[in-house]
Design a protein around this ligand. Sequence first.
Ligand SMILES: Nc1ncnc2c1ncn2[C@@H]1O[C@H](COP(=O)(O)OP(=O)(O)OP(=O)(O)O)[C@@H](O)[C@H]1O
Ligand SMILES: [Mg+2]
Length: 237
Amino acid sequence: MQRIFVKGIKGGIGSTSVVANLACVLKKSDVDVIAIDLDAKSDLGLHFGLKWTSTKGWSNESNFEDALLHFRKDSDGVLFLPFGDNEVTLEDIVSTVNNCKKLDYKASSWLLFDCPDHINISHYPLEEKDIVIELVTCDAICHSLIYKRLQTLKTAESTWKHFFVVNRYNSASVLEFDLFSLWQSTLPFMAPFFINSDEVIKEATANRNVALNCAPYSVANDDFETLAGWLVSRAAL
Ligand SMILES: Nc1ncnc2c1ncn2[C@@H]1O[C@H](COP(=O)(O)OP(=O)(O)OP(=O)(O)O)[C@@H](O)[C@H]1O
Ligand SMILES: [Mg+2]
């Protein structure tokens, strides 16, 4: 099983949208995908057709066996586990990540975690095979945050595979072009592509769905296919 942890380097960068869209693209290529919402905002399910009035999830249960009852399958066959609406501690989140290892999955399955931006990635029980995608946008704040993160990654002696992926890239912006070029040429761990800013992602979410189903020929869907293919190649290393 390949575990992917997706988090924004700051809030609102697109981790939930990326997990949902990536999950569906992987599923369409015949990979079994399980998506777990680790964020108390509990909005991952909205991309998979879950009604906003459906508020319960793993956080509402005191043990993982009961939490399993909250698993849902979307119309594409992606299994997902909503967060719910109960308060949890960091320990609860860590134990949910660990408990997911008990799921009855195929060795070829992919397990995607939507991680809140405020929990430091080194607090998760990460293993060598795990891939962490830290989403960034091409702006000065992320520029500074990436450098700080590189410092902490050095001291954490990270053994997992850590990558920065640019989301919401605006190709009309000279500043974004310059920053992306600078990062590509000077920083380690930068993915060699970006996910464009595309209204299709917002429109798909408004339909409680993903780009693949709402606009299969969109730039956004092409970008998620690129991301999925690139992750498959990283996982194989
Ligand atoms: N590539 C993109 N192009 C256009 N809009 C995007 C893109 N990615 C995400 N968005 C939009 O950005 C907003 C925030 O996205 P999302 O909720 O996925 O971010 P998040 O990192 O999970 O936020 P939070 O920190 O609140 O959990 C949403 O309106 C979403 O539709
Ligand atoms: Mg989110």
